[in-house]
Design a protein around this ligand. Structure first.
Ligand code: FES
Ligand code: FE2
Length: 342
């Protein structure tokens, strides 16, 4: 079961051209295309004539023509032309999904169109603010989306799984975190004082002595997450609010279930310093990609062993606290939505 009355990231804006393109979301085949003015459209990817995928068709002006027998659909999913006959049969239409383009991201609403809530698109201003540089990427993950949420809310794996990228100091594994419930989400974070500077941070920050590090993760239901991660040389005042000697990287992780056991993982980092430094952009892009890919490989393997989408029969440890809060909150939302629809 998935939460439906909410926004999922379908694409980074840069990744959807004119289309049409197929993408399965919450087990539903969806076709995406852009109208001539660039407005994105999402329709059910199944022709109402003989079920051909509309993604095998072509865009004609602001409309989509099925690639099999040529039925033409407008942007609301209604058939407006049937080749060879003057009349369109009644009920000739496919489902149209509400979509919005915001923060250089295309969002899709998989639930009741009557309940669309613009304000529920998460605030991710750093993705299109001219004062920031961001570099989006995407992975296809062979794992349930909640395994990825768990991973991002867990700060203890960094030292083990990411020892070659952002992990560095064994004390990280046991350093305490604080978790709080916020409106529509969960936040977990910590400050780590006088720690060994990890290799990637040393390259980015240009310092190699010990550092004060911060990690703050915000999870928003159903599965949109951002991290404020950074470091400054120890003793330069970062914990007290002066980050000027250090750097902070905001990473964004938009997790969209494709099926119960596969996920579209949109990730990206953003920074508000040395904006024109292309070498740094490359270092950060490659560093982030390599780091997140370490997670993806583990989650693919984890899903294979798990076999299911629930954690039945497994033990919990203290480090799971934030993840369990998020899972509980999402479960409550899904249950409430199902009850309202019953
Ligand atoms: S299947 Fe689409 S027009 Fe026939
Ligand atoms: Fe990780």
């Amino acid at each position: 079961m998935f939460l439906r009355n909410c926004w999922y990231a379908a694409y980074w804006s840069k990744d959807l051209g004119r289309g049409p393109e197929a993408r399965t979301i919450l087990n539903e085949p969806v076709v995406f295309f852009r109208k001539e003015d660039g407005t994105p459209v999402a329709l059910a990817d199944r022709c109402c004539h003989r079920a051909a995928p509309l993604s095998r068709g072509e865009c004609v002006g602001d409309e989509l023509r099925c690639g099999y027998h040529g039925l033409r659909y407008d942007d609301s999913g209604a058939v407006v032309e049937v080749p060879g006959q003057p009349r369109v049969p009644p009920g000739a239409r496919v489902r149209c999904y509400p979509v919005r383009e915001k923060w250089k991201t295309i969002w899709i609403w998989m639930g009741d169109p009557e309940k669309v809530d613009e304000s529920a698109i998460p605030e991710l201003f750093w993705l299109d603010d001219p004062g920031w540089v961001s570099s989006p990427g995407r992975f296809h993950v062979k794992g349930n989306y909640q395994l990825l949420s768990d991973n991002l809310l867990d700060l203890t794996h960094v030292i083990y799984l990411h020892k070659n990228t952002i992990g560095g100091d064994p004390a990280e594994a046991t350093w305490p975190t604080e978790t709080e419930r916020i409106e529509n989400g969960v936040r977990v974070g910590r400050w780590m004082i006088d720690f060994k500077t990890p290799p990637l941070f040393a390259r980015v920050g240009g310092f190699d002595g010990n550092c004060d590090r911060w990690q703050h993760v915000t999870w928003l239901a159903p599965s949109n997450i951002y991290l404020d991660i950074g470091a400054a040389p120890t003793g330069t005042g970062a914990p007290e609010g002066d980050r000027s000697q250090g750097f902070s990287i905001w990473s964004t992780h938009l997790l969209t279930p494709e099926t119960e056991t596969t996920t579209h993982y949109h990730w990206g980092y953003a920074r508000d310093f040395r904006l024109d430094d292309e070498e740094l952009t490359k270092t950060l892009f490659e560093g982030s990609r390599d780091t997140f890919y370490e997670d993806v490989e583990m989650i693919d393997a984890q899903q294979e062993r798990l076999g299911a989408t629930v954690l039945d029969g497994l033990i919990d440890i203290n480090a799971d606290y934030a993840q369990l809060q998020a899972r509980r909150m999402l479960e409550e939302r899904i249950r409430a939505e199902a009850a309202a629809n019953a």
